[in-house]
Design a protein around this ligand. Structure first.
Ligand SMILES: Cc1ncc(COP(=O)(O)O)c(C=O)c1O
Length: 436
């Protein structure tokens, strides 16, 4: 299905030894100028967020202690697109548009007829897709006179993205880092501090606890509502976060066309709260020929084993209640190395897509994902974040299925981040110390 990739000379790009183009770069001028809002296109309307105390639908004023009005408006909008401010585009242009790359060496190693493309979000300053939303979030807070942001971080990717963005807009940044990651990943802390962020392990009041994203959110929300100069910032889950990430899928569509592909057969992303997955998949939602696949850890299987119901966004019950797949807000996932996937719930948008059958979900134990990540490193060269390793596992399985069926298939996935600050996890895997 789809046409063959263009012959050399028809697009700008690097060439492989065989003379095939393998990397498609959009010029700076092609950076999307609007975000794509999937909300009006969902098969069923998503439930409104509820007040954690009254359990009544939240109004903008209820959210004002946490977020600036511009983001609250984006959280609730049903407009099909939202304009990206010029000042935000100027910062995104430091690394965007990101390349679309064909993983020809992995294809060859697998002996698959599938064509595997990845969107390389690891090229951002923080090394993941997270700055795509950190930048606009810091921008809108600054524009509304906020001096300080608080947040949680799992793997440290989101905390570093927000620390980076706050440095650009002159905001203070306080990061509550899940204790297990704080201890496993000291260099992420150093990176956050280099950008001026201040980092503490969470939960703050339980020193022996490994922590969870839900508990770290409670710490960050409590801090923000207790200070008039502060707001809270969330790196995933919410509608406005997925909205900001849609630059990924929009660029990928244009780049696949440059590569001579009509459309992908399947689009794959790992899923913690759903932001990188939403970023790459949502612009494809309206084409029923494109399969959408979420990949999650078997130890935190929200989409594949969770209940679809209203639950708190955090463990202490301070954050709004969302209609989503959840394992329960007091669920403490095991300390797997993909810290960014250890969240008890999921984006309401992603949950609605899975619930309606428009998106599928699959769960893998972490040893399988590290095996895939190592295969990737030894064929494609780069070292993926452990979260990204989950997507790669599913990509390899899709490519092997295509091989069995003798089917030419176009696979697109989100390479959500690099793993150069996650080497302690690789060390554990390589020494056989990693448990499922
Ligand atoms: C590299 C990377 N990929 C994926 C994720 C998962 O988050 P989300 O589901 O919001 O994309 C994270 C979260 O920290 C991450 O750092």
């Amino acid at each position: 299905m789809g046409r063959r990739p263009s012959e050399p000379g028809t697009v700008e790009g690097e060439t492989m030894p065989e003379g095939k183009t393998m990397r498609w770069n959009l010029p700076d001028t092609e950076l999307p100028t609007t975000w794509f809002n999937v909300v009006p296109l969902l098969p069923e309307p998503i439930g409104p967020p509820l007040h954690p105390a009254t359990r009544q639908p939240l109004g903008p004023d209820d959210l004002a202690p946490l977020f600036p009005m511009a983001l609250i408006a984006q959280e609730m909008t049903t407009e099909p697109t939202v304009e990206i401010p010029g000042e935000v585009l100027d910062v995104l242009r430091l690394w965007r548009p990101t390349p679309l790359v064909r993983a020809t060496r992995l294809e060859k190693a697998l002996g698959t007829p599938a064509r595997i493309y990845y969107k390389d979000e690891s090229v951002s300053p923080a090394g993941s897709h997270k700055p795509n939303t950190a930048v606009p979030q810091a921008f809108y807070n600054k524009a509304e006179g906020v001096a300080r942001l608080t947040t949680e971080t799992g793997a440290g990717q989101w905390g570093s993205a927000l620390s980076f963005a706050c440095a650009f807009y002159g905001l203070e940044c306080k990061v509550y880092m899940v204790r297990a990651s704080y201890e496993q990943k000291p260099y992420r802390r150093v990176l956050m501090e280099t950008w001026g962020g201040s980092v503490v392990p969470s939960p703050v009041d339980e020193p022996g606890h490994p922590g969870s994203l839900g508990a770290a959110i409670s710490d960050a929300v409590r801090d923000a509502v207790g200070r008039p100069d502060s707001h809270y910032s969330l790196g995933s889950v919410l509608n406005h976060v997925l909205l900001h990430q849609t630059v990924i899928g929009q660029e990928a569509k244009a780049q696949l066309a440059m590569a001579g592909e009509e459309r992908p057969d399947v689009v794959i992303g790992c899923c913690g709260g759903g932001s990188n997955l939403g970023g790459i998949t949502l612009p494809f939602v309206t084409d029923p020929r494109v399969r959408l696949l979420a990949v999650e850890p078997a130890s935190c299987p929200t989409l594949t084993a969770g209940r679809y119901e209203y639950d708190f966004g955090d463990s202490a019950g301070y954050a709004p209640m969302l209609l989503m797949y959840t394992l329960g807000h007091d669920f403490v996932p095991p300390s797997i190395h993909a810290g960014g996937l250890r969240y008890h719930g999921d984006s309401p948008i992603i949950s609605a897509l899975v619930r309606s059958g428009r998106m599928q979900a699959v769960a893998y134990p972490q040893s399988k994902t590290f095996e895939a990540a190592i295969t990737w490193a030894r064929t494609q060269g780069t070292v993926p974040a452990p979260e990204t390793g989950h997507a790669i596992r599913a990509v390899i399985d899709e490519a092997l299925a295509a091989k069995e069926e003798g089917a030419e298939r176009v696979i697109l996935f989100n390479y959500s981040g690099h793993g150069l600050l996650d080497l302690s996890a690789y060390d554990a895997y390589l020494r056989g110390q990693l448990v499922d």
